[in-house]
Ligand binder design. Structure first.
Ligand code: HEC
Ligand code: HEC
Length: 269
């Protein structure tokens, strides 16, 4: 009984001292640039599915960042970001964001210019020179996607080397044909039957392109884009999301489909 009380007292004191040594707001401000890409410079987010941070309680922010870092709270973007933060950085970030005044209802912010501007152009030589190395069906989304690499990327994969500058990946995203029961139809190859082309996703690396982004998000020199069927870049795409999700794949040149690429490249003669 006495021990339990003593423990409670100790915990209370520990809790108090962590409040006293709360994170450093100025240090948090300096670390906050990459967060602003999604949560907004003023902590008011740029998207309906990204929460505001401004005015949120500091202890809550710390708890969430720790949960993302440990994986207890799952979100591909925040898991990748929090994995890169130390305890003092988390404390400081929480102190900074909670120090900003909260949003009035329905307030939003815009995507930062460096995140919205992509360097990619739709590749002129796509039809002639790109090599298809994979197809993946997504029954839940009613989509089938075809994955293409340009020659320098394909050649590097064949040699088992990291992707060189000039590598370009393009994905065709098709809607799947629906059957009479409103379920997507599978073809004889085991993949969904493609219907209309919906859009393309793309990534390319060129020297210096990574300088556009803060270190916490940067994928070496890769830039990302979404192209519409008329081959113009879709506006309003936040590259921070692409960068955050692909970020953990440092060892694989930031590619999710590296295994399929390597297998296809080694099989090609
Ligand atoms: C690529 C976009 C992106 C970036 C960059 C980003 N976040 Fe997030 N953040 C999200 C999304 C999306 C969620 C919602 C996750 C979910 O649904 O669980 C989120 C949730 C959070 C939450 C939980 C908020 C709540 O109300 O529960 C905290 C805290 C947070 N982010 C802090 C940060 C900090 C600090 C940084 C910078 C170090 C950062 N985020 C950078 C996208 C981002
Ligand atoms: C939530 C995580 C996530 C986000 C956000 C994300 N990707 Fe990906 N990306 C994946 C996964 C997983 C794959 C592998 C297959 C698939 O799902 O299509 C992939 C594959 C790709 C590929 C094929 C090359 C490779 O890495 O295998 C390209 C190109 C690509 N993504 C572009 C983008 C672009 C452009 C954006 C931003 C508009 C983006 N991605 C955002 C998870 C993500």
């Amino acid at each position: 009984m006495r021990n339990a009380l003593f423990a409670t007292l100790l915990l209370g004191v520990a809790g108090l001292s962590s409040q006293v040594q709360a994170g450093d707001i100025e240090a948090g401000r300096a670390l906050s640039v990459p967060c602003a890409a999604c949560h907004g410079e003023n902590g008011i987010s740029s998207s309906p599915v990204i929460p505001n941070l401004a005015g949120q309680k500091s202890a809550y922010l710390v708890a969430q960042l720790q949960a993302f870092r440990g994986g207890a709270r799952e979100n591909d973007l925040m898991n990748a970001i929090a994995a890169q933060l130390s305890d003092p950085q988390i404390e400081s970030l929480a102190a900074f964001w909670s120090s900003l005044s909260g949003a009035s209802t329905h307030a939003t912010s815009t995507i930062p210019a460096n995140m919205e501007r992509t360097r990619l152009k739709f590749p002129e030589n796509f039809q002639r020179e790109f090599i298809r190395y994979d197809t993946i069906s997504f029954p839940d989304r009613g989509q089938v996607r075809k994955y293409y690499a340009n020659k320098p990327a394909f050649e590097a994969a064949r040699m088992g080397q990291p992707m060189p500058q000039g590598s370009y990946f393009l994905v065709e995203v098709f809607g799947a044909k629906m059957g009479t029961d409103d379920q997507p139809l599978f073809g004889e190859d085991g993949q969904l039957v493609e219907d209309k082309l919906l859009f393309y996703t793309a990534m390319e690396t060129q020297p210096g392109w990574g300088d556009d982004f803060p270190e916490l998000l940067r994928n070496a020199d890769w830039n990302y884009a979404v192209f519409l069927t008329d081959k113009t870049a879709r506006t309003g795409v936040n590259q921070a999301e692409c960068l955050a999700c692909h970020k953990p794949l440092t060892q694989d040149s930031y590619l999710f489909t590296i295994k399929a690429l390597t297998a296809a490249a080694k099989a090609a003669r």
